[in-house]
Ligand binder design. Sequence first.
Ligand SMILES: Cc1cc2nc3c(=O)[nH]c(=O)nc-3n(C[C@H](O)[C@H](O)[C@H](O)COP(=O)(O)OP(=O)(O)OC[C@H]3O[C@@H](n4cnc5c(N)ncnc54)[C@H](O)[C@@H]3O)c2cc1C
Length: 673
Amino acid sequence: MVRPYAGIMTITDASNRSDTDQASSGVEPASRLLVDNLRVTLDGRWGETRDYVRANIDREDLLPDPSLTMQQARDRTFEHVEELARLDFPSDGFRRDHGGTGDVGAAITAIEMLGYADLSLMVKAGVQWGLFGGAVENLGTKIHHDKFVKGIINLDILGCFAMSEMGHGSNVQALETEATYDRATGEFVIHSTTAGATKEYIGGAAQHARFASVFAQLITAGPGEEPQSHGVHCFVVQIRDNKGKPMPGVTIGDSGYKGGLAGVDNGRLRFDNVRVPRENLLNRYGDVAADGTYSSPIENTNRRFFTMLGTLIRGRISVAATSGAAARKALAIATRYGTTRRQFEAPGKPEETVLLDYLVHQRKLLPLIAKSYALEFAMNDVVEELHEVQSADPDLALHDAEFAKRQRRLEASAAGIKAITTWHASHTINVAREACGGAGYLDENQLSIMRGDIDVFTTFEGDNTVMTQLVGKELLSAYAEEVQGMDMVGWAGFIANTARDMFLEATGSRQLTQTLLDAGEDDGKSDLASRATHLQMFRNREEHLLRTVAQRMQRAKEPDADGFEVFNSAQDHLLAAAWASIERVVLESFVTHIKDCDSKAAADLLNKVCDLFVYSTLENHLSWYLMHKHVSVERAKAIRRSVNTACRELRPHARTLVDAFGIPEKLLTVEMK
Ligand SMILES: Cc1cc2nc3c(=O)[nH]c(=O)nc-3n(C[C@H](O)[C@H](O)[C@H](O)COP(=O)(O)OP(=O)(O)OC[C@H]3O[C@@H](n4cnc5c(N)ncnc54)[C@H](O)[C@@H]3O)c2cc1C
């Protein structure tokens, strides 16, 4: 479609580009090399997987089509899932002895790349192989692996992941679906005990899934015992027969039209005394003998519950990784547009000004590009750690305390990267939409569809606020065993007793020293330009927030203290501490990856990108730094100036930076020029 505006240039018309834009388009070998080197650095350990997926998804027909009806969108998404199965896409996610290839990192990386194509496809694939398959793989034992994994990989067995309920989404421990063991028949009876126990929003439930991994409170009694709940466990339940009709006792509803993800058939499930064989309990962490006796390798109910959930973090990391890809794509689209679109003439110039030559347009897009780089490096680290942890002996955590600790640290990292990346993606896609003006709102230019599709990523696989809180708790509790799953009252008491010595008292001299250092540094060339200073400033914020929130928690020790009230009144403080920690981890990751980059030109440019990430992050928190006297007014001003300077320095490289994301060209097809 040709748009009838004067002064609009096509992205492919090199004569309309600035030198730097031409250079980054591939015309100039040196710049091509730079793009390639940046891409290789950003691609990380699973670069080959990325290239394989790139080659297979470079097709316009994979993009969401907003003209389809809901049913057509679901059918089309499912056809694409079938194509992925034919490409042997899912095998990496399953262990060799279960019928896969056991390359966890490759599995996550491949699913991340779908974020460049269609988020419905990512979610649909993620539900089948990551969530349903992941539950069977990680919570099941040999009998389940032998029976289900092959069929899950090749789509003979279609499944969904039925955890959330109408009444309880974030608080999984309080689910109301029950699975009561009937010793007389050797079956579990799955029952939705209340209206709130209805499984809701379940991807795949409305149409395609024949099986569900159902999370329910396990109730059983051994000989001579009273029936007792042993907490939430997971059961494979057949929900449809071979003809697609609901199984007896199963009621299936359709969640209907949603704010996005049109190709995903979300639905609801209710169970009316549905019987499944005892073997359908995924029994790696808890089992029931024929006589009803319960056993588990983990005695503590809380610990068992969190260990079970902990094995399922792959879904959370996939969601984070994919949202990072979606953000990068939105930035690539908006940056391309921003380097060609012109508005308003400048005096003495023959042409109107290119959008990205305006400072505020640079400030809109470039800090988000910088953050996207930072997050992808941090994501690569989390994926690598997940790969290592999940490639180890699955039972290691049961008898190796150090390994169990490592697993819990990974869970906190997963929660943190999930929250920061999905919020970043949601924000970025919206900014990119605005950066393209009216054109950004047309579905033919993708951003408006992406905005709807990405929205729920901040909610599913762990609500972001709850995820951030999880990071905060983990930090404060120093990974103490007892605190896992503790209620707020108990937890506040724990913190009061043990956490106060965790951090050094801040010295009163810091502000003074800073002020002295800053005096006369108004030329902006002080050690504010030093990476060590950046790291220190991120650390200072984290340590200050953690120390002070721990101090506030000590009030729980006072006589008659209301533990919940103490915790609740400091909740915003705890989240701020967690956020500071997440950002510090991301920065450290970025710095490490630049050090590992063996191309000098790429490392130099990455250092500039890292500078912008630092300055724009500090700028976002300037009021905090000033309020707590961690920076002087002079330094605060210098930080603002540094954002502007870094934006100006990176402007000529904008196209290079987004080209280096390596997004398949056909997936960047938009009508706007
Ligand atoms: C499109 C879609 C697909 C989904 N797919 C699946 C699926 O396939 N399988 C599945 O099992 N689930 C699925 N879900 C459910 C999803 O995981 C839940 O919606 C999510 O966990 C949040 O739960 P909730 O909706 O009950 O929100 P709530 O937990 O009720 O949260 C509502 C608000 O309360 C806040 N809040 C909650 N607890 C606290 C707290 N302690 N402190 C402060 N604030 C708090 C949250 O931040 C949020 O803003 C899906 C959801 C959607 C929308």
